[in-house]
Design a protein around this ligand. Structure first.
Ligand code: KIV
Ligand code: ZN
Length: 565
């Protein structure tokens, strides 16, 4: 913003609460959760959900575990009214779920809402009127505090009068001083206490006082002060559930909710992935998963987040950004080399630690939770571009293709892979990474190629083996033979017979290729050049472990020849 614009704005007043308690609190249990996806979320959609889409979303919310679901604003539009009737008449509300409806504190709208809920077992009737000085002045044309409070009282009285007329329905009252976030605290309290006086809740029959952060005008600590102050001053506190309803104008919906819980709130309203007016409502999945990450049960099941996201995106036609907490495509992905190395080490160590203690707490660098706990796979964790590290390439070859490369081979393979990523200027797929690896290290047969071989286990002393091989060198065929304490050693001696041994063998590993379709074996051989000590690794892949070893040796010999040329 340009400095000439700054004069338009003012600091937000602090709350006079020097003995505030919330900064010393920690969150140790989950609040009552209430979804407002089908109301606050839906009313903010460019294309609101159809009845069928709302029903699908409602059923999704039930599966996740929400027990309180605001299903809409039945007095506002026919679709809303019809959706409410559809749920009730078709007995689609699970016994342990309470539907909630929103209505302004206006008589005809409250009466219409009561028509909508006939036949329901349990309903939260949520009445609201806006209370802030800004709304009183602008929207209500300079209405007085008394007039605004009276709206709330009249609404509460009417609900109290209508409730007994549908005795089969258990009604709970919820009151929101809308725009609480910029209402004078003493006035918000006056309105809430006036409604409490009408409704007379008891610890057995509680009511809900919802304190909306309708527009976030200030920082989460002030919101927490406001919640603590209200909690201290509300009448019949033991008979009231204090509820949070944060929006996200300053990008702090989650922080405001978490601090609000520390300030004593009992209940949280929000939506999946923060859908809602403007920058949206609180993302309930975010807060619930944050709690899970501290070992707190929430009663909400986000273990298949990709599926939840898919339904959400389809029915709301909204999309989730790649870096969005928990649900975004890239949130468990590391491109940077140092992060990849740390994650790989963390996952490897965890595997070992779990063998000793199945209850080892999650502790992997850069990953606040185990992606698998919310239905994400490890495959996407490490992705490779030119910024990636050697550990990342090795990780992808291992996890995606079953090749467990020796550690000292990682830098060379990594370098060639990033060189390609750099040249292409983009991320490489796991298949492209395998291609580079095969191209540069596996079964190389130029200038030296092993055409065929035969082993004779009776040719020498006990434990010795003779290798008779058909090779070609620069296209010229040769028959060679050698004796050794194993096939590779015998083949090396055979090469020596024809002056092709310019190296010593310094390392050898082999393993079955995990997940390989044709049950291949992989062997890795490191050679050191006799003259200048150059070290190279080569790899052989073959259904026969013996042949894989010989091919690894030939690959390494060819790489050594290339390094010298
Ligand atoms: O944000 C808000 O203030 C609301 C109220 C109606 C609860 O959605
Ligand atoms: Zn809202």
């Amino acid at each position: 913003m340009k400095s000439e614009s700054i004069h338009k704005y003012r600091a937000f007043p602090a709350v006079d609460l020097p003995d505030r308690k919330w900064p010393d609190q920690t969150i140790t249990s989950a609040p009552v959760w209430a979804s407002v996806d089908l109301r606050d979320g839906n009313q903010a959609l460019p294309v609101p959900m159809s009845i069928e889409e709302k029903l699908e979303f409602f059923q999704l919310l039930c599966r996740i575990g929400f027990k309180q679901i605001e299903i809409g604003f039945p007095s506002a539009a026919d679709t809303e009214f019809n959706f409410c009737r559809h749920l009730i008449e078709n007995d689609l509300i699970p016994d342990d779920v309470t539907i909630q409806l929103l209505v302004q504190t206006r008589e005809h709208l409250i009466r219409r809402s009561f028509e909508a809920i006939k036949g329901a077992k349990r309903v939260i009737v949520h009445i609201y009127n806006s209370t802030s000085p800004l709304q009183r002045r602008v929207t209500f044309g300079n209405a007085s505090r008394e007039e605004i409070k009276q709206l709330a009282v009249d609404g509460a009285k009417l609900v109290k009068e209508l409730a007994p007329l549908i005795p089969e329905t258990e009604i709970m009252l919820q009151y929101s001083p809308e725009s609480f976030s910029d209402t004078e605290l003493d006035f918000a309290l006056e309105c809430c206490n006036a409604v409490i006086d009408v409704w007379q809740p008891s610890p057995e029959h509680k009511m809900i006082i919802n304190l909306p952060d309708t527009v976030q005008w200030t920082t989460p600590n002030i919101h927490a002060d406001m919640i603590e102050w209200m909690g201290r001053n509300l009448k019949r506190r033991d008979s009231v559930l204090v509820s949070l309803h944060t929006h996200n104008d300053r990008g702090t919906g989650t922080a405001a909710t978490e601090l609000g819980l520390m300030a004593g709130a009992d209940r949280v309203e929000g939506t999946l992935f923060g859908n809602g007016e403007r920058t949206g409502n609180l993302d309930i999945a975010n807060v619930a998963l944050n709690m899970n990450s501290h070992g707190i049960e929430t009663g909400l099941d986000f273990s298949d987040l990709p599926e939840i996201r898919a339904v959400y995106e389809r029915v709301t036609r909204m999309s989730i950004p790649e870096r969005y907490p928990y649900a975004g495509e890239l949130v468990f992905t590391a491109f940077s080399g140092s992060h990849q190395d740390a994650i790989k080490k963390g996952l490897d160590l965890r595997k070992k630690e779990l063998e000793e203690d199945a209850d080892t707490p999650w502790a992997v660098p850069y990953l606040t939770i185990d992606p698998q706990d919310i239905g994400r796979s490890y495959e996407a964790i490490i992705r490779i571009n030119s910024q990636s590290g050697k550990g990342g390439v090795a990780y992808v070859l291992d996890r995606e293709h079953g090749f467990d490369l020796p550690k000292t081979m990682h830098p060379t393979v990594g370098m060639l892979v990033y060189a390609l990523a750099d040249e292409l200027g983009r991320e490489l797929t796991p298949d492209e990474i395998r291609e580079v690896f095969f191209d540069k290290f596996v079964n190389l047969d130029e200038p030296l190629a092993l055409r065929d071989y035969e082993l004779d286990h009776h040719a020498g002393n006990k434990g010795e083996v003779a290798c008779h091989a058909d090779i070609s060198i620069n296209g010229e065929l040769k028959k060679i033979s050698g004796l050794g304490n194993g096939p590779i050693n015998a083949f090396v001696h055979a090469l020596e017979q024809v002056d092709l041994k310019t190296f010593t063998l310094t390392d050898y590993r082999s393993h079955a290729v995990r997940g390989g379709s044709d049950a291949d074996s992989a062997a890795y051989i490191q050679l050191k050049s006799l003259d200048d000590q150059t070290l190279v690794w080569g790899c052989g892949v073959d259904p026969s472990i013996e042949m894989a070893g010989l091919k690894a040796l030939v690959s390494a010999a060819n790489l050594l020849a290339a390094a010298k040329s």
